[in-house]
Ligand binder design. Structure first.
Ligand code: DC
Length: 232
């Protein structure tokens, strides 16, 4: 079961934001949701919650697809709060910080390749977003909401994405290095783009934005203008 408590619900607009790790999806997704009065749903946090459940389980091995999928069906993931302070809880415990740790990041990249896990998450995501949302992930415009009102595919040069991720990682782990972060992001890109089920790819009708060398404010202005034009 999944619950979502959130702030205001403006309309039923669905905005999909897909793209690789570190492309700015979370920051920009939050900003858009706030501006438009929509729910903000970070689907990566759901795969992260599944990964944490696997890590905490004494009986589930991350390589055992059947066991992981069964666990994913049984756990309760609760996304709450508003775009600026999202809370994720797993079986009633707040795991918002814990799911950002490196071990969870690594395992989430593995469990998200399992088709049965994806099916379970996609079902939940469709329920959550049906009344309007800014939803970010890897397969929102292609699989979760192929009829989304606006689809963005955010990208940036891998070196720049690694720099951004490194800055975030250093908040938790001062020892994090650029080389390691770049290697990790390269491997995650590989897994995301080569998995058989719902690989990361821009939907045919997605608006592709390369944010390399651009400020968040510049990209935001561009995105909000596109949404406003669609709303007319
Ligand atoms: O966006 P993120 O780094 O929090 O995502 C965590 C993992 O989940 C990442 O390896 C990609 C995967 N993911 C996915 O496969 N599909 C989504 N819709 C969202 C995330």
């Amino acid at each position: 079961m999944i619950f979502f408590r959130s702030a205001k619900m403006g309309n039923h607009l669905i905005i999909a934001i897909d793209g690789p790790s570190g492309a700015g999806k979370s920051t920009l997704g939050r900003m858009l949701a706030r501006e438009l009065g929509l729910l903000y749903i970070d689907t990566g946090s759901m795969y992260r919650a599944v990964a944490l459940a696997v890590i905490e389980s004494t009986s589930t091995n991350e390589q055992d697809d059947v066991a992981v999928a069964s666990l994913a069906d049984r756990i309760e993931i609760d996304l709450g709060g508003d775009p600026d302070s999202l809370h994720v809880s797993l079986n009633g415990h707040d795991v918002s910080d814990r799911i950002r740790d490196e071990d969870v990041t690594e395992v989430s990249s593995i469990v998200s390749t399992i088709p049965a896990v994806r099916r379970a998450m996609v079902k939940r995501q469709r329920e959550l977003g049906q009344r309007g949302a800014v939803m970010n992930g890897r397969d929102i415009g292609t699989v979760v909401f192929p009829n989304a009102d606006v689809k963005f595919f955010l990208d940036a040069a891998i070196e720049e994405r690694a720099e951004r991720r490194l800055a975030e990682e250093r908040e938790h782990n001062p020892q994090a290095t650029y080389d390691q972060t770049l290697a990790d992001i390269t491997e995650r890109d590989r897994r995301d783009t080569t998995r058989a089920d719902s690989p990361l790819v821009a939907a045919k009708d997605a608006i592709v934005i390369d944010s390399s060398g651009q400020s968040i404010a510049e990209v935001f202005q561009r995105m909000i203008k596109i949404v406003r034009e669609k709303q007319r």
